[in-house]
Each structure stands twice: as structure tokens, then as C-alpha cells.
Design a protein around this ligand. Sequence first.
Ligand code: CTP
Ligand code: CA
Length: 225
Amino acid sequence: LARGVREPDLTGRHVVVSAGGTREPLDPVRFLGNRSSGKQGYALARTAVARGARVTLIAANTALPDPAGADVVRVETALQLREAVLKAAADADAVVMAAAVADFRPASYATGKIKKKDDQEPEPLALVRNPDILAEISADRARPGQVIVGFAAETDDVLANGRRKLARKGCDLLVVNEVGERRTFGAEENEAVVLAADGGETPVPHGPKEALAETVWDLVAARLG
Ligand code: CTP
Ligand code: CA
């Protein structure tokens, strides 16, 4: 592992990384959430700092130490994450969406705690769609040549699903993980294939999240030229 002895090939670059998982509140004490730990996003932020980049880390509900040298912006919901990403992406050379963004949020927010009633079944939970941040920033690039990277956790036909998702999102690179029992979420290690819009396919063997992060930055740096 060549960590720490890399060329500072991101010097002078501003990169934005989103990490963690959004929480969509139902009432003051409850939310809909997901199991993303933020470890992969933090590894991306740390390795980008080591390679000389100015790093904005947009952290959604993580419980990890701030990476030294990164600007950390904390958010909770998908809508807050969208605002923070759009703002930071305005002058960014690359944006990596490692965060797990909730696809849906509760249609309404109860300002007081939702109480159960003795003789009544609960109301069904109404949800509305959240905006697709990755698709939005890819369709409307803040800067020409900005490199945009998405992450996808897939089951079943992992590569075919990944190819379709890459095309649908319009980003430059998509890191595809195969998920299953005890894989990826909260784990220290990762295994993935990075698909490129130009047809490239880079397998990343099972290993630490830093190694996958370094491969992502190698591919980003090559595209920044
Ligand atoms: N993403 C996003 N905004 C959303 C949902 C996802 O920016 N509202 C980003 C994620 O950060 C990730 C990528 O899109 O980088 C892929 O997320 P994924 O959940 O796999 O994609 P979806 O389009 O939501 O597809 P699925 O129906 O499989 O969940
Ligand atoms: Ca999703």
C-alpha cells in the first residue's frame, strides 16, 4: 500500500466528498435513516488531503473523527445535503457522492411527538421523493471538466445494474459494490468495480477503504489531466 508516499497530484484542486447517511425526520424524536457509517467517505477525504487537495467533506450523521485538514460541513437530511453539495460544488474540480441519500422522506413533519392511541391502528406512513443530487449536479455541471463520481451498492446482476445506473445518473465514474449480509455497511474493508462513462472498468480487490479511495483519486486525477 503506497499510502503517504503518493505524488501530491491533487495540489491546487478543490474536491468535495459527501459521506454518511441522511436522516429524514418524522417528528422531533424520530427519523428514517440508513446504515451508512461514513467510513468510505472519510477515507476519500483523508486520502485527498494527503494528495494535496483542498477538501470539503459534507458529513451526514457520522460519528467519526474529523479528518485533519478537511473543511467539514455537517448536515442531517437529503435536502440539507443537496444545499451543501450545490454550494461546495460551485468551484470544485471533483465531487464524490459517497453518502447514502434517502430516496424518500416523510410527506409531513409532526412538530410534536407522534403519540399512539389505545384503540387505533397507526396511520400508514406517506412518503415523497427526495431530489437526486448526483443526477442534478451531473446534468448541470458547475464547471466544465468537473469530474463527478457516484457510489452504488447493488445485489444480483451487479455490473449490469451498475452500467444502467451510471448512464441514468450521467456521472463520470460509478463505484459499484456488491452488498449482502455483513458486507460494506460499517465494514472496514471493501471490494468494488469502478465503471467509467467512457467504458472503462477498474476492479478494486477486497481491501481497506483507503485503497479504494486511492483508486478513485487515481481515476479522477487522470481525468483532470
Ligand atoms: N444519490 C443522490 N441523491 C439521491 C439518491 C442517491 O445523490 N436522492 C447518489 C448517492 O450518493 C450515490 C448514487 O446516487 O452516489 C447512487 O445511489 P443509489 O441509491 O445506488 O441510486 P438510486 O438512483 O437511488 O437507485 P436505487 O433505486 O437502486 O436506490
Ligand atoms: Ca437509492
